[in-house]
Ligand binder design. Sequence first.
Ligand code: GLP
Length: 247
Amino acid sequence: MKWIIKEDYEACCAYAAEQIRAVVAAKPTAKLGLATGGTPVAIYRLLAAWHQAGSVDFSQITTVNLDEYVGLSPDHPQSYHYFMQQHLFSPLQLTPAQTFVPSLDLAKDLSDQAGAVDEATFAGGPPDLQLLGVGQNGHIGFNEPGDTLTASAHLETLAPSTLEANARFFVEGESVPTQAITMGMQGILAAGKILLVACGSAKKQAITALSQDGAVSTHCPVTFLKLHHNVEVVIDQELADCLPQSL
Ligand code: GLP
């Protein structure tokens, strides 16, 4: 696992965006696994600026996203469909055929819809690069801590701490969805390269668990990245203390 420490959030995102640019430059038809949340916002802003300036050609990429809340329509401002459209798909002028964001309608067959996520993840090969953030409790995608984790895409009930952390994105009084559909651990770990970005003291517990030793625990899903051979973790100065002296 390669650790990169940058001064602050903007510098972390600049570094991560450069990694994405390098992947696309080397392989214009790259498949990118994408994340939502607050962390990737500045990364996507840079990619959009490079597209606008004509310095990177994103026209042949395909993308697959990690997850989506259950119960929000694609045009709901807090849905991950809407987020991706606003922050990346529209700015990069990607067509719907180039992108895939999971969705789940509880009135329809669950296994079909979860199967569609795995199909999008693996069809034509898994992502060349998977961009990840991490939840305060160590979740990746929406794979929440527990006695077991799930390999394939599935419906997940969100942990109370996740609901609390993500409530900041919703207007006061609006309830945060309690369930999500997420890519499973197999899909995440299948990517050729994983690029995790974490900033701010709220991520200390997760980053400590990821960096301190070789332990892998279902109670902190991000630790499963230790099983992958090509992971780069980009953290800000606030999280640098979490790393053991040996790194
Ligand atoms: C959300 C998303 C994750 C994201 C995490 C951290 O719940 N499902 O993919 O990495 O929370 O979000 P943030 O970057 O806002 O801290």
